[in-house]
Design a protein. Sequence first.
Lengths: 282, 737
Amino acid sequence: MRFLRARTPEEALRLAEKHPDAKPLAGGTDLMVAWNAGRLDGKTMLDLSPLKAWARISPAKDGADVGALVTHARLMRHPEVLKFWPLLAEACGTVGGPQIQARGTLGGNIANASPAGDPFPPLAVYEARVRLVHAGGRRELAFLDVFAGVKKTHLAPGELIESVHLPHPPKPSRQLFRKIGTRAAQAISKTMMAGLLWLERDGAVREVRFALGSMAPTVKRLHAAEEFLRGRRLDRPTVDKAVELLAADVSPIDDVRSTRAYRLRAAQNVFRGFLEGRLGRS
Amino acid sequence: MRKGTVGANALRKEGPDKLTGAARYIDDYDIPGALFGVTVRSPGPRGRIKDVRFDLAFPWDQCVIATAKDIPGKNAVHLLGDDQPLLADGVVNHALEPILLIAHADRATAWRALEHVHVDLEPLEPVLTMEDSLSQKQVVWGLDNVFKDITIVKGDAQAALAEAPVVVEGEYRVPHQEQAYIENQGMAAWFEDGTLVVMGSLQCPYYVHKALQPLFALPPEKVRVIHAVTGGGFGGKEEYPNMIGGHAALLALKAKKPVKMVYDRTEDMLATTKRHPAVVRHRTGLTKDGKLLAQEVDIVMDGGAYMTLSPVVLSRGILHASGPYECPNVSFRARAVATNTPPNGAFRGFGAPQTLFAVELHWEKIAAVLKKDSIALRRLNALRPGSTMATGQVLKDSVSAVQVLDTVVKKSAWAKTRQAHARWNKDPKKPTWRGLGLSLVHHGGGFTGNGEVYLKSRAGVSIDRKGSVKVLAGSTEMGQGASSTLAQIVADALGLPYDSVSVERPDTANVPDSGPTVASRTTMVVGGLLKRAAEDLKLALAKHGGSAKRLCGDALERRFLAEYERAPGMSFDDKTYKGDAYATYGYGALAVELEVDKATWETRLLRVVTAQDVGKAVNPRVVEGQIVGGTVQGLGWALLEQCVYKAGVMQNPRLTDYVIPTALDVPDVEALIVENPFPGGPFGAKGVGEMPMDLPGPAVAAAVLAATGLFLPFLPLTPERIQAAADAAQAEKELVS
């Protein structure tokens, strides 16, 4: 294994350009597993962990910028995150266990592109934007547009995740994060979900966002159900229809962790509970 | 008289070494010149080996390769039958069966070599389920696929069932379970002046000692087995070390160099033994009041491709099939059958958790039919002093079924908790359903039937000129606390302080064969031998005026050994299964309170209360450790653990996907130790290692039933399986209405 270490962002971009195949190393919690299995033998690693500039949570005009190297442990305790993006804080608290939370980073998690990334449903409903940087410049992608498939992203060779921009959401009427894992901790998600709901005074839906993880190759927003719900009151037939529409945007599978039927039924039940006001909080 | 150490929480003898990292597990030994060995395994469940191809591009000249042809003796892993080859020769009977061995000086290169060997099989139709094995879809073992067929008969169950006012039938299924010890299997082997030396992670040094002799055509004195610090066993290191030890030794013989083999987690989970899956069918005849009239039980266990320990697992299974109840008419049949899957083997409980799951959960079904409380039914039928068991054994001392049951009922506030649940479950606003379930078991201590008589175990103590006393036994410390427990027994028998007694490292060159470290027998049986030996030493010391120096005379040390003797009046007939199946039994009860999420069917344990009679807790903290650890392991089997198989290969051989509980998945286990002394055990002690494993399965299924109304006669009760059952029940209801 070849090991490169970047001490400044400029050096990181230079090295990434020179070694476009190099695997970026942030917290290393996923790479360690691959390394142990021999999958990194002969590969080049680019260590980004010394880049302090990418490890900050900084206020921005309409929200905050979270550096790629910010750990889950910091996100789950950060006062601003707890105030404006509590579902993200909650999701970060369900990642692995305390050891993985302390090492694992938001940027590393996104780059790893697992369908079971716990912070992804919150980032999807907060409509985060991901800042990518390479030697020639910067670009920004909507969070959902980063992913190309299971463990695949649209990052170009030599491109690195610099930060994640979180816009301030208007205060929701109701919000929810729920992880259904294989056990209480150190668990990979069977499915997990995040929801934000804004109601008009008359009870009609002004806006709703709901996202599911582990239900498709990448994290999914429930576009069909969301669109159907906008402008409607949450009466029984409307909720029934929305719950039915959930299936339109996901494609869960049978695997060693769970079944297609269970994933779908559990997600629909939680979605129903959220819309009916039994699950989630204000 | 000084205060003894038995009954005190003496510190673990091996504790400081483990805490400071000084303890050496087999992979911590840097053996000069050693090669690292790996195993080429069968890619399919059954077939003829057509060809083994080696990629030309790999530096094979740096490797040592061993095949069945290199075995100097008999190609069989000696155990109950000699049917399992050390290396497949011509045919394979399960996926992952060892075919050849490769050693290389560099571990990574050895592992890489595996990618450059290709085994071509001519596939044969495999048998992958117990049903296909029983119906002889293919005969894959012996004449009829049956490793062992046992019956137990008492009275006339058929006649009693024909006349019984109430007959309740049920079928129960339990799955594989992985031992999931922290340290994977590992052994090292070398030859020293013509003696084969094997050292590693193992429970039973003398099993390995016995298995290596016919493989290498060596006499006993030319084989030496040494115990390395062992990171957990749970039965998984009872018989498998014979295999990996034989492999390391064969490579060492061929290479003329030491060889170490250590599995990684995936290989360990794919290839080594697991708990036997079982199907248990009950037909029970009762009076209208719920008094047992007849029990008819049919047990089938999946042994995997080779016999290994299946006959004795089956034996313990059938001997616990009645549960801790007295029944006048009994007809039990048990069969262990062959499938083309990796052999199943010893695992804490050893057949009993399988049959006890069935009989205990069956009470819930009986209770529903009779419209009676299952606890009252248990109490009515429970074993008491003077009860006659299925084998005709009459119980005398230390019978505590009713006592542990009442203790748990009281401690769990049974009636009050159930009432609270009824209120909770009526409220549609609550996000969960709650339930409380209970189980009651007995567990035989020591080997089954005449096992202890055949073992002729020997254990003893030594004293040197300075008066230092050592425990001499082949019994191993594997994290369960045997060292401190045995040292405490010896210290008190001698009237010496605990710190003056140490424990000799198990090494067949240096300690007697005290039998395997299994079957809840170490404290009760080996501890008993040690107590006798220590008492002999005490007498001898007294004769020499208390002087160790005079006692030793010209010798550096003196040894005092005791050999197992059957208790007077005990007998067992292996053919008819009549008589005293076990010297004594432990008794345990456990209550589980849990809730099931209405949206996701996830279960959450709220409270676990258990009372277990161990005769005498030599070291209460160690006993509590066994109870809590066994309970958590049982809760894992009940709720989380699932070996997913496809074509005879486990699909989730990783601890990421084979989900065992963590500390967050279980509440604090409230463990109450009951001490009803057994006169035949040291200071009254009985076994405790396995019993905790028997209890959680049926209690959890009963609690899920109480919470959801779903009777689920299988494990594990994952959210997926509860959801499927709930949906099926809903569909049926809609069909009816």
